[in-house]
Design a protein around this ligand. Structure first.
Ligand code: THU
Length: 131
């Protein structure tokens, strides 16, 4: 994992808008082109309208014209490495292969690495659409 990805996730976390939970999250992913895309959580007073850091990074990648990434780094100020929510696991699986490494981290520097396939066994994928 390149150190640039880690630094990008730590930096974007500072911009997280999390006045309700107080829980800031930063995510950075590397598109297959090599470009790095970042996202942070953006909460809303209508709580369900909030978005996760991973979703923001994916949106930035797609807006830039890429639809595939090779690694992800997610960081939060939690006691244990932050684990992507269920919805974000499905979002990651849309654009990352099963063997893509997801590094989950604390701001204190503890890291845990899991693959996308590990995080979302039995994923709903296009084969179910029968198309
Ligand atoms: N959150 C993320 O942005 N990513 C995760 O992987 C876990 C949770 C956000 C959503 C919400 O703004 C806050 O963390 C508390 O759940």
């Amino acid at each position: 994992m390149g150190n640039d990805l880690k630094q990008a996730a730590i930096a974007v976390r500072e911009n997280a808008y999390a006045p309700y939970s107080g829980f800031k999250v930063g995510a950075a992913l590397r598109g297959v082109s090599g470009a790095v895309y970042c996202g942070c959580n953006v909460e809303n007073v209508a709580y369900p309208e909030g978005t996760c850091a991973e979703a923001g990074a994916i949106a930035a990648m797609v807006a830039a014209g890429e639809t595939s990434f090779s690694e992800v780094y997610v960081v939060a100020g939690s006691p244990l490495p932050v684990t992507p929510c269920g919805g974000c696991r499905q979002k990651l699986a849309e654009f990352g292969a099963g063997d893509v490494r997801v590094t989950m981290a604390t701001t204190g520097g503890t890291e845990e690495v899991r693959s996308i396939a590990d995080l979302l066994p039995g994923a709903f994928d296009p084969s179910f659409l029968g198309a």
